[in-house]
Design a protein around this ligand. Structure first.
Ligand code: PLP
Length: 359
């Protein structure tokens, strides 16, 4: 492929912070950069606390464990998402319950209400493709919400940044995310008690006042100092990284207008952050084939989650909107410093397929 789906945008700042950490021997999870990263991401999202982790998936698992999710519990997750929320629920021995998405492509509060039961422990609301969920409507359901903002750093719901919603929110710093350290993640939240609980579980479940005395089935999902140095530099450059992706999206918007493609909709109460530029097409296969032939790594989005073999024992759940989008939506290559020439090459590949369809 000549044009990848995504690429990490690094600068001199990342290099300097990582070398500084190396020179100081500050590579462990107790390095200063970890605390500095946590304070910076809490401040960026208007939260009081942050707990850095080694991935977005581990951030979700740790959060749900701290909320007490286990066997006998149910957790509502959207049927259109990367699989992490549903996978971690299952790993904790609880049951993921799929709800459909609405016309914003995010979790439908009405369908979520339909699947609530006395066993529902939490709802994981995914800000999918960089668009916030309808947090006021979800809050009315009266169930703890965990915000999965992995794809949405820089987005806002009614002027409040994503990461600010629910009992806790998580971010991923995976290589294709808006702010990235290759791998990494974070939990942001307000309650000091839940934060202490998260830190204790993430320190092998040791009693805070007694070393090597384990009171809980804990884990080590901690972020290392070198990763935190990289993540802190990315966070300090977040505005440029967010704007860079918005510029790419604006170029795609302008160049693709008029073609039979549906751009990911944006609600009037939302400000999207561009993760991967997402579209839907009736003849997606033709577009993806043309992109492949032109060396462009455009990709179909995930299958609807209930389709996956790992979730089939849960039984069927209709989720018609998620299924329809899973059949039509796809991503175009997107990264912060993607050049105009690469954008133009992608547009040409997409347009070639659409012209074929019309002609
Ligand atoms: C990327 C992603 C995750 C997982 O993050 P990792 O850091 O790769 O573990 C979780 N949820 C969503 C919605 C994601 O897009």
């Amino acid at each position: 492929m000549k044009i990848p789906l995504s690429s990490v945008t690094l600068s001199e700042l990342e290099r300097r912070y990582v070398l500084d950490a190396l020179d100081a021997g500050a590579v462990s999870s107790s390095a200063l950069a970890v605390g500095a990263f946590e304070r910076a991401i809490a401040a960026a999202t208007g939260r009081r606390e942050a707990v850095a982790t080694n991935s977005g998936t581990s951030a979700l698992e740790l959060t749900l464990q701290a909320l007490g999710c286990g066997p006998g519990d149910e957790v509502v997750v959207p049927a259109l998402s990367f699989a992490s929320p549903a996978l971690v629920v299952q790993r904790l021995g609880a049951r993921p319950v799929f709800a459909d998405v609405d016309d914003t492509w995010t979790l439908d509060p009405t369908d979520a209400a339909r699947v609530l039961s006395p066993r529902t422990k939490a709802i994981v609301a995914v800000d999918v493709f960089g668009h916030p969920c309808n947090y006021d409507a979800l809050a009315e359901l009266g169930v703890p919400v965990v915000e999965d903002a992995a794809e949405a750093f820089g987005a806002a719901y009614r002027d409040r940044p994503v990461g600010a919603f629910g009992v806790a929110a998580i971010f991923s710093l995976h290589a294709n995310k808006v702010v990235s350290s290759g791998e990494g993640g974070c939990i942001v939240l307000d309650g000091p008690e839940l934060a202490d609980r998260l830190r204790q579980l993430n320190a092998f479940g040791m009693a805070p006042e007694r070393r090597y005395w384990h009171t809980d089935p804990g884990c080590n999902f901690r972020m290392s100092g070198l990763v935190a140095a990289l993540a802190l530099a990315q966070l300090e450059r977040a505005d440029a990284l967010i704007d860079g992706r918005r510029r790419v999206a604006a170029a795609y918007d302008a160049a693709l207008a008029g073609l039979p493609l549906q751009r990911r909709p944006v609600a009037d109460w939302a400000r999207e952050s561009v993760w991967l530029y997402t579209l839907a097409a009736r003849d997606r296969a033709a577009v993806l084939e043309s992109c492949r032939a032109h060396g462009v790594d455009a990709r179909a989005v995930w299958p609807a989650l209930p389709e996956n073999p790992v979730f089939r024992p849960l039984g069927p759940r209709p989720c018609p909107r998620a299924r329809a989008l899973a059949a039509q939506a796809f991503w175009l290559p997107t990264w912060a410093d993607m050049g105009a020439e690469d954008c133009a090459a992608v547009v040409a590949a997409v347009a070639a397929a659409c012209v074929d369809e019309v002609g």
